[in-house]
Design a protein around this ligand. Structure first.
Ligand code: PLP
Length: 453
């Protein structure tokens, strides 16, 4: 029997993420607030997984979705395009940002990455280089859970069960994670040069003529907690790719679409990608939607060759999903919400520093815009993380829920096994007062979690 009104689902036929845990049922949302079936309210300070960038219950988006469902929900892309798909693509790449001129719409971040990997390979096939089967990604990365995207991901925990059956044409180099991997005596420029040399060495090991693409998150999200690259890192790595004719695939699924203070993170890095994956903030969680943004360079290769992307899904470019995302993007533009992310992002950073800057168990406060994280340690003197068996992230999640706060904590920050962090990712329309409340509740939760160990 299952009870919707009780505090937790007592017996459920949903295969949840854990068969051992009972999950609270969320029944409604309004702005930052979620209401659970037992009447409790929780502040959603991470938009789930950095998704709900307009908060919950937005009437305009709900109406746009409903209107499109009534007008025309679905046609197959083998036969027809739709007005919402055309309009959304125009909105995203009509002005050719960074040379990106086409959008391929899918239903998740993983599908967007899967599409990126396939299109990167097809690009080389079209140009007469089918031997370019190798992809280089980074350790401590997450690109999705489908087979290709997981093979690209460099996170031991997420790969673990499937390691024996993952594709073997992916290899991984070090991430740009200065807090953990740049010794103090090394300058930032030397660190970047060391990482560029490592990528170059990996190209040489594989044979540069065999590499299809280099794949990276411009700001690492869930696996390490809002780790931005050192200045010049992406420019140096782009140069290595260009030297060897490999494509640059940027995964902005979590960090992009305004979350980090600009529409695209690469605008802050001085590079442009050949292929870019976006998802979460694109539809703000009102509809499941991801997109692969494609540069004209790749379109040209396809166009000069077979002219058809050998890939597709039944639900690609779904009209209702595209209509929802158009409304989301219009609201972000009309209300100048990316400006809010920039200015209040600084406020959030300052508020986190005020509250946690001297905290005995917080080693680092990092991120950009409304994409910020705390990294936790047993002791600030040694920066030694909690032992993985402590499960600090899980404890913090529970303690936060007890004070009415939903956040996005994760373990394995440093190397996939050790380390803990939490991501704070409020909606783009959050106010100073919202941020004050979030930081205050987070403070109580972190103190309670640290005390309990
Ligand atoms: C950077 C990044 N890439 C890919 C994905 C996979 O997206 P999805 O869960 O929508 O398949 C995620 C999801 O968290 C992500 O953060």
């Amino acid at each position: 029997m299952r009870s919707r009104t009780n505090e937790k689902v007592t017996m459920s036929h949903v295969l949840h993420r854990s068969t051992k845990q009972k999950f609270d049922v969320a029944v409604s949302g309004d702005g930052l607030m979620l209401t659970l079936a037992d009447g409790r309210t929780v502040i959603d300070a991470a938009g789930g997984a950095a998704v709900a960038c307009l908060g919950h219950g937005n009437r305009r988006v709900a109406e746009a979705v409903a209107l499109q469902a009534e007008k025309l929900a679905y046609v197959h892309t083998m036969f027809f395009s739709t007005e919402p798909a055309e309009e959304l693509a125009e909105l995203l790449v009509g002005h050719a940002p960074g040379g990106l001129t086409r959008a391929f719409f899918v239903t998740s971040g993983s599908e967007a990455m899967e599409s990126a990997l396939k299109l990167a390979y097809q690009y080389h096939v079209e140009r007469g280089a089918p031997q370019r089967t190798r992809f280089i990604a980074r350790r401590q990365s997450y690109h999705g859970n489908t087979f290709g995207a997981l093979a690209a991901s460099g996170h031991p925990g997420r790969r673990s069960v499937y390691e024996p059956i993952l594709m073997s044409n992916f290899s991984h180099v070090a991430p740009c994670f200065a807090f953990r991997y740049k010794p103090e005596r090394e300058t930032s420029a030397d660190y970047v040069a060391r990482l560029a040399a490592e990528l170059e060495a990996e190209f040489q090991r594989l044979g540069p003529e065999n590499v299809a693409a280099f794949v990276a998150e411009p700001i690492v999200g869930a696996t390490s907690g809002c780790v931005a690259a050192e200045p010049g890192y992406f420019r140096s790595l782009r140069e290595v790719c260009d030297r060897h004719g490999a494509l640059l695939i940027l995964d902005e699924i979590m960090s992009g679409m305004g979350r980090s203070g600009t529409q695209h993170v690469w605008e802050q890095e001085g590079v442009t990608p050949d292929l870019q994956a976006v998802a979460k903030g694109l539809g703000a969680g009102y509809i499941p939607l991801g997109a692969l943004l494609v540069s004209q360079k790749v379109v040209d290769a396809l166009d000069a060759g077979t002219g058809s992307f050998v890939h597709g899904h039944t639900f690609q470019a779904h009209a209702v999903a595209c209509a929802g995302a158009i409304e989301v993007q219009k609201i972000i533009a009309e209300e100048k919400l990316i400006n809010n992310v920039q200015s209040l992002g600084r406020y959030l950073g300052d508020a986190l520093t005020d509250r946690f800057g001297q905290h005995a168990n917080v080693a680092d406060i990092r991120g950009r815009g409304f994409f910020q994280a705390l990294e936790f340690v047993q002791s600030r003197d040694t920066n030694e993380p909690y032992a993985p068996k402590t499960g600090f992230s899980e404890i913090l999640k529970r303690k936060a829920l007890e004070v009415g706060l939903a956040i996005y904590p994760n373990g394995g920050t440093i190397d996939g096994k050790r380390g803990d962090h939490v991501i704070i990712a409020p909606p783009y329309n959050a106010t100073r007062a919202d941020i004050d409340t979030i930081v205050a509740r987070l403070g109580s939760a972190v103190d309670a979690a640290a005390r309990s160990i």
